[in-house]
Design a protein around this ligand. Structure first.
Ligand SMILES: *Cc1c(COP(=O)(O)O)cnc(C)c1O
Length: 219
């Protein structure tokens, strides 16, 4: 199926009581396909690999794309991430907060989400549940970062995923309750395989790669 009918179908599914943003995950997708997706109305794109993203940003500099970094962050890459992206969704430790804040100086604030390792799987990124609030406190004290909410990848098993989504929703509500003076409005959860359940649990952003662009070569 072409991108246009896929997108139309997805947008119908997303239309609910709560507005939800579709983040187009464009890792491995060439710049010209991103351009075509942009022309269809997608303006937020998520990338996992810095060098790949920088090349596409250069090729698409004429478009008003909001670029979201969603991959694992290596400490030595924070400067370029801070200077080229609009959002960083995968903050999971204190050193990244410190460095991104410092390296964003002189630009409009970077919009950030805390990634939570909600599935308990070891190899994935994300902070522990106990780290969410200390990291949030650290972020809101930064001049060059704006805390917007939480991000997670959930467990691949549907039953576990449902529990993970429900827990993320709870943490998100707690965060909103604690930081009423901040613009906490983003709960980013749900990918191609599980977004209907994420929507049912109040996701305000779903991150779709394969559902939009088709399969990727194996990573
Ligand atoms: C790749 C990726 C996605 C998109 O996954 P799909 O299954 O292709 O929709 C979403 N979130 C993160 C963090 C990713 O790395």
């Amino acid at each position: 199926m072409d991108l246009a009918p896929r997108l139309q179908q997805l947008q119908q599914e997303i239309q609910g009581d709560v507005p939800c943003r579709l983040l187009a995950v464009s890792k491995t997708v060439p710049a010209e396909r991103i351009r075509a997706a942009y022309a269809l109305g997608l303006h937020h794109f998520g990338e996992n690999y810095l060098q790949e993203a920088l090349a596409k940003m250069a090729a698409l500099a004429d478009l008003k794309i909001s670029w979201h970094f969603i991959g694992r962050i290596q400490r030595n890459k924070t400067r370029e991430i801070a200077r080229h992206f609009d959002w960083v969704e995968s903050i999971d430790r204190s050193i990244l907060v410190e460095r991104l804040d410092r390296e964003r100086a002189g630009l409009p604030p970077l919009q950030v989400l805390i990634e939570v390792a909600i599935s308990g799987e070891k190899d994935k990124g994300g902070c522990t549940k106990e780290d969410i609030f200390p990291l949030a406190e650290q972020i809101v004290a930064c001049d060059n970062l704006r805390l917007r909410g939480l991000m997670a990848l959930v467990h691949p098993t549907p039953g576990e995923a449902r529990k993970n989504f429900a827990q993320m929703r709870e943490f998100y509500e707690q965060l909103r309750g604690r930081f009423t003076d901040q613009q906490i409005d983003t709960l980013s959860m749900g990918t191609s395989g599980d977004y209907p359940e994420a929507l049912a649990h109040g996701a305000t952003e779903i991150r779709l790669g394969t559902a939009l662009f088709g399969g990727r070569p194996k990573e």
